[in-house]
Design a protein around this ligand. Sequence first.
Ligand SMILES: C[S@@+](CC[C@H](N)C(=O)[O-])C[C@H]1O[C@@H](n2cnc3c(N)ncnc32)[C@H](O)[C@@H]1O
Length: 289
Amino acid sequence: MMPTAPPKDSAITIGDAEFDRICDFLYRRTGMIFGEVKRHYVDRRLRERIEASGHDSFRDYFTMMLADTDEYERLVSSFTINETYFYREEYQFRCLTTSVLPLVTQHKRRGDTIRLWSLPCATGEEPYSIAIWLLENWASVDDWQVEIVGSDIDTTALRTAAAGLYGARSLMRLPTSVTDRYFTRTEDGHFQLIPDLCSSIRFTRVNVMDRAAMAAHGRFDVILCRNMLIYFDDKSRREAIGNMYDCLVDGGFIFLGHAESMSRVSSLFQVRRFDETILYQKNTETAHG
Ligand SMILES: C[S@@+](CC[C@H](N)C(=O)[O-])C[C@H]1O[C@@H](n2cnc3c(N)ncnc32)[C@H](O)[C@@H]1O
């Protein structure tokens, strides 16, 4: 038997100074921290971008990328980790309908808008999960104008989100009855979300470190910021949380992922312990509840 060919080695080398430069650049722009432990990950992705853009040195590539927004976005997209799936940390969706929305709506009139922001939304499973969960589990859903926005820094992930086409792994936590109601099966075994649901979510590119871009989205009653701050350090976490604070209405809520917390980084929020989960509520005299 012939042995399999070894992976083709790239002629492009990334020196220590170049590694430091790209890590520093990504950190300052996005908040994501890549240290020596991620050296292999960083080198591989960077080499791929240099080659794909037709360059043969870091220096030429970096100079070009700084002046080319599309390439900058492709570079960032190649460094993000988009792990997500439908009904991830489902207990948080339960908390949304049993505890949070009753508090949020206390101060609204029937028919008013409720604004929910899935930031980051990665490939869209999270904002679509919110929509499906509300339709399935919230009896008052028709009494309100619910607006769900999905945002992420990763433009490639956002394209997948808008298409609403998923593999079986993304749906592994959904009950079959829910899958049958909201998806159609394609010939090649994928699952296409029904058009009404796809068009019910607005997807936008947002960098959580960009205060002005965040503010342009207005204020939200609830922000789900799950499983992103684990890739940040305390300084970038603090900055991102400050930007989110500005985008919440008085008394608005933030959901974080189960491995994340505001401790050490923010006193701007009140810790709220519900049966299902701990949430963070914008500190204000007029806070809901
Ligand atoms: C692991 S996914 C989390 C997706 C979803 N919230 C969930 O919990 O399933 C992390 C996402 O954070 C996004 N991200 C990283 N830095 C970001 C930034 N500065 N602004 C906005 N999104 C960012 C990545 O593109 C990635 O899609």
